[in-house]
Design a binder for this molecule. Structure first.
Ligand SMILES: Cc1cc2nc3c(=O)[nH]c(=O)nc-3n(C[C@H](O)[C@H](O)[C@H](O)COP(=O)(O)OP(=O)(O)OC[C@H]3O[C@@H](n4cnc5c(N)ncnc54)[C@H](O)[C@@H]3O)c2cc1C
Length: 231
């Protein structure tokens, strides 16, 4: 029997099948977790309303509820009590995927912003050619390219099967931070238009905020990296 609830599940409102990590041997703590496939229509499985988010309206986010859900043994994913190990095996890939999309979004909107600042003029010159903005754009391009180099190194390690969860944590938090800084500057460089949702810079800025929070917040990533340093 599965009992409990989980808030903030991406695509939880529309999913037909959800993977639940549940305690099966509570006394064994992390070594007592099992992964289950829970299907729509199973008695006791319910979902809450679509949550109202700041960004990313294309994907829904919902709370899921489980009350005395009976699960047949074929719905166990992997081995009983080894769910934590199974999740740990996939953690580097999940974090790397987050880092990739963080830096890809930042790079794309920055390139669109560079074009915008070449076309938009004020006081008889392009917005980008004011020294402050030129230096800012140089700063942003450098941040994106240097971050991309680290993420690329992680991709090579992942392909070779040697990417650690800690290196992936570094890529995730850093790229989320850089993405948010870059997109905030892109909004600024668009002036008032940067605050209008019809502009991609505005929407990307709203979409990006959650990347410092979800899938383990930046603070939790740093906590893990700090522990790895021996603290
Ligand atoms: C849009 C969205 C989609 C999501 N999708 C999913 C999903 O599909 N599946 C899923 O399982 N989860 C999902 N989540 C949940 C998400 O992973 C959590 O919200 C996130 O990990 C933070 O946990 P919390 O909300 O409980 O914050 P809390 O743990 O309450 O943290 C609050 C603040 O305290 C800080 N903090 C907490 N602990 C420490 C510490 N030890 N040291 C320093 N600071 C600390 C946090 O960094 C944060 O700033 C989603 C969340 C959102 C917003």
């Amino acid at each position: 029997m599965l009992n409990g609830s989980k808030t903030f599940i991406t695509n939880g409102y529309s999913a037909d099948l959800v993977v639940v990590a549940a305690r099966t041997s509570p006394e064994k703590k992390a070594k007592g977790i099992t992964l289950f496939a829970v299907e729509t229509g199973m008695p006791g499985f319910q979902r809450g309303r679509k949550l109202d988010k700041v960004g990313q309206p294309e994907s829904d986010t919902a709370e899921l509820f489980f009350e005395d859900v009976r699960l047949p043994t074929e719905n166990v994913i992997g081995e009983v009590d080894r769910g934590f190990v199974h999740m740990m095996e996939r953690l580097p890939q999940e974090r790397l995927g987050g880092a990739l999309s963080n830096i890809a979004h930042a790079a794309q909107i920055l390139s669109e912003t560079i074009e915008y600042t070449k076309e938009r003029t004020a006081f008889g010159q392009s917005i980008g050619s004011f020294q402050h903005n030129k230096f800012l754009l140089a700063d942003l391009v450098t941040r994106v390219e240097v971050t991309q180099a680290y993420v690329d190194r992680c991709i090579s390690k992942h392909a070779a099967g040697t990417l650690t969860a800690i290196d992936a944590a570094k890529a995730k938090w850093w790229s989320a931070e850089v993405q948010n800084e870059v997109l905030d500057s892109c909004v600024q460089l668009h002036g008032g238009y940067g605050y209008m949702t019809e502009y991609r810079a505005a929407r990307a800025w709203m979409d990006a905020r959650v990347t410092k929070i979800w899938a383990g917040s930046n603070e939790i990533m740093k906590e893990l990296i700090g522990r790895d340093l021996g603290f």
